[in-house]
Design a protein. Structure first.
Length: 162
C-alpha cells in the first residue's frame, strides 16, 4: 500500500507525453498477475495518447481489478471505438460485472475492498482531459471507457514518432 500511495503522489510530477497504448497494454499484461485470464489487445498498432506517464497504472489497475473481482472471468479485451472527435479506449471483460449502484463509487478514493485506491484513476487522467466511466452490465462483465478528447490521441505514422 505504501508503494501504491507513493505512485499516486507522483501524479502530475512528470509532464504529459505521448504514450503508445498498445505497447502499454502488452507490457502490463506481462507484469500483471493474471493467472489463466487472457488479455486480448485489439488496439491498433501505433495508437498513442497524450497523458501523464502514470497512465500505465490505469491499464494495470483495470487488469488487476478484473482478475481480483471478476469472478468467472476468462478474458480482458482492449480496443478503440469512435475515433472521430473523441476516441474511446475500451477495456472490457467477461466477468461478473459491476453493480449499478457501484458504477460511480468505484472511482472514489477509499472505496473498495483492497487498498481503496485501485480505480481512483481520475487524477492521472484529468491532467489531459481524459474521462473514464464504467458502462458494462452486471453478470455480463465490466466495461470501462476512457474518452480522450481530440488532439490528445493519434494513430499510425504520426504516433510512430513518440
Amino acid at each position: 500500500m505504501i508503494r501504491f500511495t507513493k505512485d499516486y503522489e507522483e501524479i502530475g510530477v512528470n509532464a504529459p507525453a505521448w504514450q503508445d497504448c498498445r505497447i502499454l497494454v502488452d507490457t502490463t499484461a506481462k507484469e500483471a498477475r493474471l493467472g489463466k485470464v487472457v488479455v486480448k489487445n485489439d488496439l491498433p498498432s501505433c495508437t498513442a495518447v497524450f497523458a501523464d506517464p502514470l497512465i500505465v497504472k490505469v491499464f494495470y489497475n483495470l487488469m488487476d481489478n478484473a482478475v481480483r473481482y471478476g469472478g468467472k472471468i476468462t478474458t480482458i479485451r482492449f480496443a478503440v471505438e469512435n475515433p472521430v472527435m473523441t476516441i474511446s479506449f475500451v477495456c472490457e471483460d467477461d466477468g461478473e460485472g459491476i453493480r449499478a449502484d457501484e458504477k460511480e463509487k468505484i472511482f472514489e478514493r477509499g472505496y473498495g475492498k483492497n487498498t481503496g485506491l485501485g480505480l481512483y484513476l481520475p487524477g492521472i487522467l484529468d491532467i489531459t482531459g481524459i474521462r473514464i466511466i464504467e458502462t458494462g452490465e452486471p453478470v455480463k462483465g465490466a466495461r470501462f471507457e476512457m474518452m480522450v478528447p481530440k488532439g490528445m490521441w493519434r494513430f499510425g505514422e504520426i504516433a510512430r514518432n513518440i
